[in-house]
Each structure stands twice: as C-alpha cells, then as structure tokens.
Design a protein around this ligand. Structure first.
Ligand code: PEP
Ligand code: MG
Length: 589
C-alpha cells in the first residue's frame, strides 16, 4: 500500500469528458457485488450480533408496514408481509446464516448474499407458481436485510453532498438519472461501457466519468480528495497542490469554452455554404425541457419515455402519462415532440420489489441469458399489449395539443410496425367515438438499430413516416460488442466501415421513399463524426441538450462539398482503426 496521503494516478476508460474535483463517496447499489472480507475468530460473535440487529430492524420495518397496510392497503399486501415475517423466523434466515458465518469466518453480507443466491438458483428452475412466489419473497426480504446491513445503500443518488465523486461497481440508468450535476462532480466505476445508458446520461448531465477502475482496491486506500479527468480517463487520488492547481485551471478553461459555445447556440445549425442541418434534443427527464429550448433545439427528436418507468419503478397510468405528454408538447410551442414508446429491458432494467404490481411482467420473462437480445423494447410491449395501448392512448390524447410523433424502438421486422399502426388507428377511432379529440395525423417512425431493420430499411421506409437511426444499439448489434461492457469497449467502433455503409444505405432508403431520417445515437455529438455523417446525407440529428452548442459549432465550420468528399474517402477504408485515425486528422480544425 502506498504511504498515506501520497498522490496516486489510476488509468481507466474515459466515458464522459470533463474534470471533476471532490471527495470520494462509495456508493453501494442493489446491483453491486458483495466483497468477501475475512473476520478474525474473536470477532465472529460481534459479526453475528450485527446480523441479528439487521434482522431485527427488518422485522420492525415489516411490522410497521403491515400495520399501515391493515388500515388502507390491499389484503394481498398484508398477507405477503405476513409471509415475510414468517420467513424471518425461518432457520434459513436465522441459524443457517449464523452457522455459516461461524464456519466460513466471513463478513455477513457475503455469506448472506451467497445463501440467498443458492436458494434462488435452487428454486428458480421450478416452474410451480408457489415456488416462484417464495423466491420473490425471499429476494424481497433479503434486500430489506441487506439494506440494514449496509446503511450506505440508503444514500440516494439525488441527495449527495456537494462535490461528491461517486465510486461504485456499476452505474444503472435509473440511479444515474437521479444524480444532480451541481452536487455530483464525477463518477468512477469498475464496470461500464461507452454507450451504456448510464454513460449517455452522465454525458447529458455533463458529469465526468471514468470506468474500468478497480474500486474494490480503492476501499483499502485512504483517499481524502480526488480528481477525475474524464477526457483522459485518469483518476488521481490525493492530488498534490501542484496537480490540483493544474486541474483547476483546465476545469476553468473547459467552463469558459462551453459558455462561449452556449452563447452561440441560438445560431442555426448550417454549413458555411448554407445547408441547414436541424438539431433536435434527446431527453430523459421531462423537467429538463426548458434547458433544451435554451440550448437552441428544433424540438425533441427522442424522448426516452422509459425513464418515466425507470425513475418511478412503476408504469405510469394513462392519466399521468397524458398530463406529462400534454405539458411537454405545450411547452415546445409548436416544435415537434418525438415520443419513443417504452424501451424497457436490456440494460434499462430496475429491480422491482415483489410487492410491486409491475414486478409480474419482469418475473414472467425471468432471468435472460442475453438481455440485449431478449424481450426488450417493442418485443416487450407486444408481449404485454396493455402497457403499449395505455401509452398510445395517452400519446394520442396529448397529440391534440401539439405536434407529437410516435417512435418504435428495436424494430426487427416490418410486422411490428404494422401492429403498432393498427393499434394507433383503433385507439384513435375509439377516442373519436367518445368525443375525445386527437391530432388528425400522428407520424409513426421506427428506430433503425438492429441489423435486420437496417438491411430492410427500404421496405420499412415505405411503411413508416420517418426513420430514426440509433447508432448506440446498431454498433452493438452489428459488431456483436456489448455497449455496456468495459471489456468489449475496444471492439465497439462507431467508425467501423460496416456502420458507415449501413448509414449510407438507410439514408438512400429514406430518400427514395421521400421520408425524413434522423440520427439520434451518441456519435451525433462527436465532432469527429459529424462532418462524415453530414457527408453521408444526414440532415437531422438528435443529441442531449448539453451537446447542441458543440454540434452546431462543428457544423458551422464545414462546407457540404467538403463533408461529401470526406465521406467518400472514409468509405474506402477497410478497417475501423484506420478510419478513426483518418477522421481524427481530417476533422481537427
Ligand atoms: C440508440 O440505440 O442509438 C438510441 C438512440 O437509443 P438508446 O440509446 O436509448 O438505446
Ligand atoms: Mg437504442
């Protein structure tokens, strides 16, 4: 171990640019790993006492909940809580755990976690409903007990102290979206890929982020303060005065140049020779709508509506959705709002308590070996049409108040578009019969983000009103490189020649069908990619509001002919690495 207080520089994977200076906060999420710590024999009984206390506190929680539910809760909840109380008396949660702590001489969290995982593995293969429910109960109870064993877990992402630097195994989107950029200075994680949803949110909020850092070992180092350099992928522990000064200056420069860009964001996104490129905003949190208007957006090109579900941990009801969409479209004052129907699943998942009525959907799907290839987005919505229909009804009702477009995520076959279109038609008719007004025509588009939809873009373009290229997923599926995995980050190339060819193909399909095409993946905010994308024929981008000034600034430095020539040359390259190098050189101006 280095001497106390010495400056240590760690290298990781740069995910979100910028400099963060602050204090370490080890954040433990429910998805985190459980470190195994040896407990000396003489301390074993203290460790067991710690477990008993956590169990006791959990029991009291459930008793209180049960008392409250007796007054105004559904009877099912009262009975589930009764089962939980019984479980807490079960030998599995009393003597078995205590004996194992004694035998293994390990910390309670790791023993407890192992036993619960064993239990889950044993029973989750049994299809019987009774056993499935018991597994859900045990997971619920175990989470409650772990919460008391690890009080840190109670710290909420949205309630951090000023200048907190969050150190955690992995960030999940539902937690990242809660982070307040004026309080959280940076993120450092062990796991996480460049275009994971947590990464997208960190960038959208302007929070520097470095992944692939050994967090577990960091816990053994005394860290008083740290600097995160999200541009270079550096984490500097206990920086010296000199280092601190250097980074404070860099931070100031970044802030100043961002301010300058922002001051010019009212200008049009157009090339030197007057070709307009429209810049829309990607949005996760409806409360941030004012920011994007100030950033000079032409509207919302991608509202990731699933965040309504992720942050509430429940699917919002029709009335609530209607109110949100109506408010959003009204505040856009005539500018369009593209609502992507819930894209849940994959890495956009949440741990729902078994008592949550929406847990049934995810329980039924169960553990997926390949969630990115599983029941995600439109597949999930077509499996549970009641969720899709409720959302469509809310969208159609709100469409009366402004220009709303519907976007379907992860389309892999034209039949999915046809089903949604049919549903929209039917719901519109029903609403009309009830005297509820909607817009006459609501454009329906589909995401081009899996190989089959890119290849079939000509047929899809005939069926939809617009196409939206989602390069974050398209790259992941074309290159078979997980967007959320640190270890595949070197294989995840937006500059892969195959991606360029597909984008060219999709643009050609859209042009032939005379339909607009927008690109809303993260590469739309990358200054080394923007001229190439324009050269490939993209005339509409959708990026996080924060990136709009930089995107406009980049576009305003190019002529359309130069961009086309750049794209032509780029298409000649056979390898992603060479192409990346070429673009870096050609776009450095
Ligand atoms: C994409 O896949 O490029 C996209 C915009 O959607 P998301 O990042 O939400 O998957
Ligand atoms: Mg996607």
């Amino acid at each position: 171990m280095p001497p106390e207080g010495e400056e240590i520089v760690l290298r990781g994977l740069p995910i979100s640019k910028g400099i963060g200076i602050g204090f370490p906060v080890f954040f433990t999420s429910t998805e985190d790993h459980f470190p195994e710590i040896a407990i000396p024999k003489k301390e074993i009984e203290f460790e067991i006492d710690r477990y008993r206390r956590a169990l006791d506190l959990s029991r009291k929680d459930v008793e209180t909940l049960q008392r409250l539910s007796l007054n105004d809760g559904p009877p099912e909840i009262v009975s589930i809580l009764g089962t939980h109380l019984e479980m807490m008396q079960d030998p599995l949660l009393t003597s078995v755990i205590e004996d194992r702590i004694r035998d293994m001489q390990r910390n309670t969290e790791s023993i407890f976690h192992h036993i619960i995982e064993e239990y889950k593995a044993r029973f989750s293969t049994i299809k019987d409903l009774y056993f499935q429910e018991r597994v859900r109960d045990i997971v619920d109870v175990s989470r409650r007990i772990l919460g008391h064993l690890r009080p840190l877990e109670q710290v909420k992402m949205g309630e951090m102290a000023h200048n907190s630097i969050i150190l955690t195994h992995e960030l999940v989107p539902s937690e990242t979206v809660e982070a307040n950029a004026s309080l959280v200075s940076a993120f450092v994680t062990a796991a996480g890929g460049i275009t994971s949803h947590a990464a997208i949110i960190a960038r959208a909020k302007g929070i520097p982020y470095v992944a692939n850092v050994d967090i577990k070992n960091l816990k053994n180092v005394e860290v008083h303060s740290l600097i995160v350099d999200g541009s270079q992928g550096l984490v500097i522990l206990n920086p010296s005065k000199g280092t601190l000064k250097k980074y404070q200056e860099i931070q100031k420069k970044h802030q100043m140049s961002y301010k300058m860009l922002k001051n010019a964001s009212h200008l049009k996104g157009e090339t030197i020779d007057g070709y307009e490129v429209r810049i829309f905003a990607n949005l996760e949190n409806p409360k941030e709508i004012d920011q994007l208007m100030k950033a000079g957006a032409s509207g919302i090109g991608l509202f990731r509506s699933e965040y309504l579900f992720l942050s509430r941990k429940a699917f919002p009801k029709e009335e609530e959705q209607f109110t949100i969409y109506k408010q959003m479209v009204k505040s856009l004052k005539g500018k369009p709002l593209v609502i992507r129907v819930f894209d849940v699943g994959g890495d956009k998942k949440v741990d729902l308590l078994p008592t949550n009525p929406d847990a049934k959907y995810f329980d039924e799907i169960g553990h997926e070996l390949n969630p990115a290839l599983g029941c995600r987005a439109i597949r999930f919505l077509l499996r549970y049409p009641e969720i899709l229909e409720t959302q469509l009804r809310a969208i159609l009702r709100a469409s009366f108040y402004g220009e709303i477009h519907i976007l379907i995520p992860m389309v892999s076959d034209v039949s999915e578009v046809r089903i949604v279109r049919e549903k929209v038609k039917l719901i519109q008719k029903e609403l009309k019969q009830k005297g509820i007004k909607t817009a006459k025509h609501i454009p329906i588009g589909c995401m081009i983000e899996v190989p089959s939809s890119a290849i079939m873009s000509d047929s899809l373009a005939e069926e939809v009103d617009f196409l939206s290229i989602g390069t974050n997923d398209l790259v992941q599926y074309i290159l078979a490189a997980d967007r959320s995995n640190t270890h595949t980050s070197e294989l995840y190339y937006t500059t892969h020649p195959s991606i360029l060819r597909l984008i060219r193909m999709v643009v050609a399909s859209a042009n032939r069908a005379n339909k607009p095409v927008i690109l809303c993946g993260e590469c739309a905010a990358d200054p080394s990619m923007i001229p190439l994308l324009i050269g490939l024929g993209i005339r509409e981008f959708s990026v996080a509001a924060r990136h709009i000034p930089l995107v406009k600034h980049t576009i305003r430095k190019w002529r359309i002919l130069e961009a086309c020539r750049l794209a032509e040359s780029a298409l000649e390259y056979p390898s992603a690495q060479e192409l990346k190098q070429f673009l870096a050189e050609e776009t450095a101006r």
